[in-house]
Write a protein of this length. Structure first.
Length: 177
């Protein structure tokens, strides 16, 4: 019986976590930097690059999830908790795939030139400001909702570890346990 997630799953979980924190931080902190400055432009580029990195790693993570069986939670939680867990995890996967995709489409339709690790990203032949604005608004709404979903996920892990006293959290921690 597997007591922990596969090392590759654990690695991708924590790398994605760090990238998501940095992606959010880049956008939140850019508000403290003057508009039009090189620093602000750099923070936007960091946000875009990390966002694309997140979607790529999330797609790999989905493949790893299909390949590897999830370890059992011991003791087994009630069915409603398992259902809630699957729902929140599904929302997290959807969140971190849709957010970068919406952001990339917003940049595409907005004619925003940027590069992903020196690779120039495509832009639409004709700028569509209305489409860009709609996509950006949806992107920001989902990003703000993401704070709640990530917080719920973290709170559930802590709840399971300290209140339920099961192995939910430990299964995703690096190292031997």
């Amino acid at each position: 019986m597997n007591r922990k997630f596969a090392p590759s799953q654990i690695l991708f979980h924590w790398i994605i976590f760090i990238l998501v924190v940095l992606t959010y931080a880049a956008m939140e902190l850019k508000g403290f930097v003057p508009k039009g400055s090189d620093t602000r432009a750099l923070m936007k580029t960091i946000h875009y690059t990390l966002g694309v990195s997140v979607i790529i790693l999330m797609l790999i993570r989905i493949i790893l999830k299909v390949i590897n069986k999830d370890p059992d939670i011991t003791p087994t939680p009630p069915r409603w908790q398992i259902a809630a867990s699957k729902t929140v995890h599904g929302m997290l996967y959807l969140l971190f795939i849709s957010l970068p995709l919406l952001g990339m489409l917003s940049l595409y339709y907005g004619h925003v030139e940027w590069s992903f690790f020196s690779y120039a990203m495509p832009i639409a032949e004709v700028e569509n400001s209305a489409m860009q604005n709609n996509l950006k608004n949806i992107h920001e709404l989902i990003a703000n909702t993401g704070y709640f979903i990530v917080g719920l996920h973290a709170a559930a892990a802590i709840f399971h570890h300290y209140i339920m006293r099961d192995n939910t959290l430990v299964r995703m921690l690096p190292g031997k346990h």
